[in-house]
Design a protein around this ligand. Structure first.
Ligand code: ATP
Ligand code: MG
Length: 557
């Protein structure tokens, strides 16, 4: 490998390698992916998944899957299952069983008691609103709560009563006793526990007090002996609290490391907003093929390998930016180009009749399944005197550079013959209804003795043999690239043309055997996947991406 080919380590890999070299944790690395089960994972989570599992894989460590399930109102088992499915789909295996912060509620409670005993936590009766006011502002110090100096004894009694259900929601909280004048707002006596009389999807009604993110997350890391706890940049300001709790509790010193979140052009990466799209009826569900959820992009036809490659290409940074969606689409094409068999599909068909081909004749022509993969073999395509071609492949009065069909022009039908346009018919509205051609029997693909040279090659299907299908042309869900910078409601930026449905698509007969999830390249049209909405009578395809590569075109390759 030359120097330029040696991939430099990203900053997280550098930290990990240094810790491994100095045997910081006995020379092991242990990461975790910590989703909150309050929605389906999206492409942003893929970055976290690939980073955490990828690091463990690369350095011979292990990676846990841990559900941060501390907000019972918004969480559910449906989401737990969706997250597991998507992590596995991306090709990763977590260490042992899936873990849950809720499994640690007893331990967390005991640690809260330990903090109280050390005079590092207190029960506060101040109303929520007032707590917020007393917190101050980034430029003004906060005020100490009137309940801050309660004795450890009193705090222990009150905290136990909170747990027993003696108090209503919102009437008391447990707070860490740190510093109300700290320049870091998160260190101004942050809340550790809240009272919430609500059923939890795993612990049922056992608890009516729930730990906050800050008290659950870091402590769960320590319990699992996570060596490198990766999270997104917005948690950088939480790190002093993360470390403070570890020190005061004298527990395993997990280290929090922040990286820039993935933002993708024309895409929303927030479970809350994705839920809004579903609830507002703008999409059909979490797995609508336009959704940036992993279940949505799976249904659209994006592959696990293409997503892992995409995340690799994006890299890890410490500054937020917006990634060009063309890079994701490029990664998808790169993968499907190798894997997807080519077939003939005509999206907007117009009839083409070959006047000098016998009406009762049909022949089988040999077509290559994948020029990128010889092992994919060949198949037989039926040919006859009546075909369908793409409407846009014919022009009544074409410009000189139009290398497709027009009156008097010649093109090749892929894997078949050279044809010449002799005539065409139109209806009263001026739409072309039929193109009439002649063919040259000496021009058959593979045994061409015609001596003719043509510039254009068209895809086609035999009318008599073709099946009719439905195709969904999927486009960006939003018309605005950087959705972080808008000031109005993101719903205003939806793309009204994000899904165009074509109901009269003609496909070659070999596709009648295709199954849900099978992927193809329709020659010259793009990549398509068979959708689960297909019926015995009619297949439904989602177009994954077109063949037009904007990424390489921009000079990125
Ligand atoms: P959302 O805003 O969509 O609800 P979240 O961060 O609240 O996302 P979690 O379930 O808490 O969702 O996230 C699990 C992990 O995935 C966290 O470590 C989080 O930092 C990471 N993550 C979430 N969104 C992104 C993103 N866009 N890019 C990279 N990592 C992300
Ligand atoms: Mg969250």
């Amino acid at each position: 490998m030359s120097d330029s080919e040696v991939k430099s380590l990203n900053f997280i890999e550098q930290i990990v390698e240094e810790d491994l070299n100095t045997k910081k944790h006995g020379g092991v690395i242990h990461t975790r992916f910590p989703p909150e089960p309050n929605g389906y994972p999206h492409i942003g989570h893929a970055k976290s998944i690939v980073l955490n599992f990828g690091l463990a894989e690369k350095y011979g460590g292990t990676c846990n899957l841990r559900f941060d399930d501390t907000n019972p109102e918004k969480e559910s088992t449906e989401y737990v299952e969706a997250i597991k499915r998507d992590v596995e789909w991306l090709g990763y295996k977590w260490e042992g069983e899936a873990l849950y912060a809720s499994d640690y509620f007893d331990q967390l409670y005991a640690w809260a008691v330990k903090l109280i005993k050390k005079d590092k936590a207190y029960v506060d009766d101040t109303p929520a609103e007032q707590i917020r006011e007393e917190r101050g502002t980034p430029t003004q110090p906060g005020e100490e709560s009137a309940f801050r100096d309660r004795s450890a004894e009193e705090n222990l009694k009150l905290f136990a009563e909170m747990k027993e259900g003696k108090y209503q929601n919102g009437t008391k909280v447990l707070r860490a006793k740190i510093d109300m004048a700290s320049p870091n707002m998160h260190m101004r006596d942050p809340i550790l526990y809240r009272i919430r009389h609500v059923e939890h999807h795993r612990t049922g009604n056992k608890w009516c007090i729930y730990p906050t993110y800050d008290f659950a997350h870091g402590q769960s890391d320590s319990l699992e002996k996570i060596t490198h706890s990766l999270c997104t940049l917005e948690f950088e300001v939480h790190r002093p609290l993360y470390d403070w709790l570890i020190e005061r509790l004298e527990i395993f010193p997990s280290r929090q490391i922040e990286f820039a979140r993935l933002n993708l052009g024309y895409t929303i990466v927030s479970k809350r907003k994705l839920l809004q799209l579903i609830e507002g009826g703008h999409v059909s569900g979490w797995d609508d093929p336009r959704m940036p959820t992993l279940s949505g992009i799976r249904r659209r036809g994006f592959t696990p390998a293409s997503i892992r490659n995409f995340i690799e290409k994006v890299g890890v940074a410490r500054r937020d930016g917006v990634t060009d969606v063309a890079l994701l689409e490029y990664s998808v094409r790169e993968d499907l180009n190798k894997k997807a068999n080519r077939v003939m599909g005509v999206l907007n068909p117009v009839k083409l009749t070959i006047a000098n081909y016998p009406a009762d004749k049909e022949e089988m022509l040999t077509a290559i399944n994948n020029p990128e993969d010889e092992s994919a073999g060949t198949r037989q395509l039926p040919f006859s005197n009546e075909l369908y071609i793409e409407r846009k492949d014919f022009m009544e009065d074409p410009p000189r550079k139009f290398f497709r069909l027009g009156p008097g022009r010649e093109v090749r039908l892929k894997y078949a013959y050279i044809i010449k346009c002799e005539d065409f018919k139109k209806d009263e509205e001026g739409n072309v209804t039929e193109i009439i051609c002649s063919y040259d029997p000496a021009s058959k693909s593979g045994e061409d003795t015609s001596g003719k040279k043509v510039k254009g090659t068209l895809s086609w299907v035999s009318a008599r043999h073709a099946n009719t299908a439905e195709v969904r042309l999927i486009d960006r869900l939003f018309v605005t690239e950087n959705l972080n910078e808008i000031e109005d409601d993101f719903i205003n930026h939806l793309n009204p043309g994000s899904m165009e449905v074509l109901g009269n698509v003609k496909i070659e007969p070999s596709l009648s055997h295709a199954e849900v999830g099978d992927q193809f390249q329709f020659e010259r049209q793009g990549y398509f996947i068979v959708d689960r909405d297909s019926t015995d009578d009619k297949k439904v395809f989602n177009r994954t991406v077109t063949l037009r590569d904007n990424w390489a075109k921009q000079g990125n390759k």
